[in-house]
Every structure is written in structure tokens, then in C-alpha cells.
Ligand binder design. Structure first.
Ligand SMILES: [Zn+2]
Ligand SMILES: [Zn+2]
Length: 348
């Protein structure tokens, strides 16, 4: 069967490969792949900047944002042939650490977890894949085209859960959320903000392309320009850019008792002049909380599956701005300026 593979650490090694049928060692559920989403992590994998092949192998099958249809599932697995499913990316470390031991592999303490399509396990970017039933999440049948957004949505479901858990430290009734960045992560963060009944503001740099309309059609407000103009005193900020200056600007803008949730990974090495004393004073005197978050566990995938099922499917489908057949997967692995989410489609 065909699979998209790379040699980790080697730029430009991505190709559409012929590989063996999926091994039973990956799980009892056999899935026909429908679509694979491409994100920044995939572009880093393709650029040779990230990724680990399975032990004893040179090439890694990539694709961690997936959507497929169950071809075979054992009785009692909770899945039936024909179900739409998404595979969970991370697997607990073998020790396991206290977090992985209770299924919170997203909070792994020792870094020895593995990840489908990223770290030591083949991904879902093949015509068929296998997965363990407990790592397959069933989707609403109406999500046949947009369900590929579940994995990125799971990251935001976790981010919102973190915000709400921190908010529960006191009587807290947030009204306003600022989302920085209107890529797929920012737009999904905004969707979850709107679904919570919050006044939702989205800040991005671009003035053209699909982003302003996508934000407006969600019932949120689109901004460009400085943070202070976009949303003074937000109760919640979901930061989705990793841009250093913006990260500090949102910390300063935060309302009393406000929470900043950081989801963007910054490039290191860009120094910034910050008045650390003023920032500290602001955070202390306002009871502000800053939290970083990454990855997602099964609880977050399930919350995200519910959120997507409740969203307007037409709006979700518009987040996918390019659909590329697997034969031309190389095109999908190159970023274009007006891309929101790019998806590789498989015959299914
Ligand atoms: Zn991704
Ligand atoms: Zn762990």
C-alpha cells in the first residue's frame, strides 16, 4: 500500500512510498484512511528538523492528524465497520510515569512517550492503518469532510480545560476571550470560545484571505493591530502564535484574575527586552495565571469530537483551504501564503 514517509533528520526526504500492510502490533482495528491534515509539525518533519524513525528502521511514516473509516473492528471494541474514526497520536511511556499511568500521556513527565507519525511509531498517512480500540475516537457521521480537524481541536479542548480548571480556583465568570493567531489552531480556539458563550476576539496580521470572514461567520470579531486595541482586559487569552512580543503583550493586557494559555511553540534565539519587574508586579497584583499546554489525552479528543459535532459543518469545512490527492502529496507538504488547513485525501 502507499504511505507518506520521511527519513527523520534528512530534509527533502518525503516521498509517497510502497510499504507493507499495517502490522497487527499497531492494534486490532483496521482503518481505511480518508484524509490526513498537514500542520507545522509535519513541515518540520519534512524539513528534517524533528522526528524519530521506529527502532531499527530508516524511514518513518508520517501523518498524525487523521480521519478514517473502520474496515474491521473486533467485537466488544466499541467500534463497527463503517464508523468514522480518528487515531490518538501519543502513547504512554513504558515506565510509565505517574501521568501516563492514569491515561494523561499529554502530561508525560519523562518524555519517553511515543507518537504516531512523529516519534518512533508510523503515522496514519497510509492507505490503511491499524490502531488499538482505546486509541481510536469515534466521530459523528456528519463529520466526513471536517473530522480531520479533530486532532488539532483536541489540543484546544485541552487548552480550554486547563483554563477552566485554573479558573475554578475562585468564583470566576469570564466574559471576554482574546485568541491570538487565526490559523487552524486559533480558529478552533475561537470556535470553542464562542461555544462557551464568551465574547470572542481574534487577532491576526493579515487583512485579506479567508481568515476575517471565518472569524466573522463564527460570531467573533476579527482584529489586526496592537493587542490593547483588539481586546482590552481579556479574561482569557488563548495564545496561538508563539511570537515573543505578542506573548508579553497579552500578559500585560490581561484582566484581573485573567488566564493566558500558551499553545504556540516559539523559535528560540530571539531576544526581547522586557521589564520583568513590571510584568511580575502585574501578574501578582492581578492574580493572573499563565499556563503552557501541549498535546491531548482521550478525554480531550472526546470533548473535541462533541464540539465539532455541534459546530456548523460548512464553517468547519471552510477551514480546509486546500485538499490534495495523495498522488500529489508533495504539493501539500509545501506551505502557501493563504493556506489555513491543508489536507491530503486518500481514496478511502
Ligand atoms: Zn499537527
Ligand atoms: Zn509518561
Amino acid at each position: 500500500m502507499r504511505a507518506i514517509t520521511i527519513v527523520p533528520g534528512q530534509a527533502g526526504s518525503a516521498r509517497l512510498d510502497q510499504v507493507e500492510e499495517p502490522s497487527l502490533s499497531y492494534g486490532s482495528v483496521l482503518v481505511d484512511t480518508l484524509a490526513i491534515g498537514v500542520c507545522g509539525t509535519d513541515l518540520e518533519l519534512v524539513a528534517g528538523e524533528y522526528g524519530w524513525a521506529p527502532p531499527g528502521r530508516e524511514r518513518l511514516g508520517i501523518g498524525h492528524e487523521s480521519l478514517g473509516r473502520v474496515a474491521e473492528a473486533p467485537p466488544g471494541s466499541g467500534l463497527d465497520a463503517g464508523d468514522l474514526v480518528v487515531g490518538i497520536v501519543r502513547r504512554p511511556d513504558p515506565v510509565p510515569c505517574p501521568s501516563c499511568a492514569v491515561g494523561e500521556w499529554d502530561m508525560c513527565r519523562n518524555g519517553r512517550y511515543t507518537e504516531r507519525g512523529i516519534k518512533e511509531l508510523d503515522g496514519f498517512g497510509s492507505e490503511r492503518y491499524r490502531v488499538e480500540p482505546e486509541f481510536a475516537v469515534r466521530l459523528d457521521p456528519g463529520l466526513e469532510r471536517a473530522g480531520v480537524l479533530l486532532e488539532p481541536a483536541s489540543v484546544l479542548a485541552k487548552a480550554w480545560e486547563q483554563v477552566e480548571r485554573i479558573g475554578a480556583r475562585s468564583q470566576w465568570t469570564p466574559e471576554r476571550v482574546l485568541v491570538t493567531g487565526a490559523g487552524p489552531i486559533g480558529l478552533l480556539a475561537a470556535l470553542l470560545g464562542v461555544q462557551r458563550g464568551l465574547e470572542t476576539h481574534v487577532l491576526d496580521r493579515v487583512t485579506e484571505g479567508p481568515k476575517p470572514d471565518l472569524v466573522a461567520d463564527l460570531g467573533a470579531t476579527y482584529h489586526t493591530g496592537p493587542v490593547a486595541d483588539a481586546c482590552p482586559q481579556p479574561d482569557v487569552v488563548i495564545e496561538c502564535t508563539g511570537v515573543g512580543q505578542l506573548v508579553f503583550d497579552v500578559m500585560i493586557a490581561l484582566a484581573p484574575d485573567g488566564i493566558v494559555c500558551l499553545t504556540g511553540v516559539s523559535a528560540a534565539g530571539r531576544a526581547l527586552s522586557v521589564d520583568a519587574g513590571a510584568l511580575n508586579r502585574e501578574l501578582v497584583l492581578q492574580n493572573n495565571a499563565i499556563v503552557g499546554t501541549v498535546n491531548a489525552n482521550r478525554r480531550h479528543y472526546e470533548a473535541a469530537a462533541k464540539a465539532l459535532a455541534q459546530a456548523d459543518p460548512g464553517w468547519l469545512e471552510r477551514l480546509v483551504t486546500r485538499r490534495v490527492p495523495v498522488e500529489r502529496c508533495q504539493d501539500a507538504l509545501e506551505r502557501r501564503p493563504d493556506d489555513v488547513k491543508v489536507v491530503v485525501e486518500f481514496p478511502g
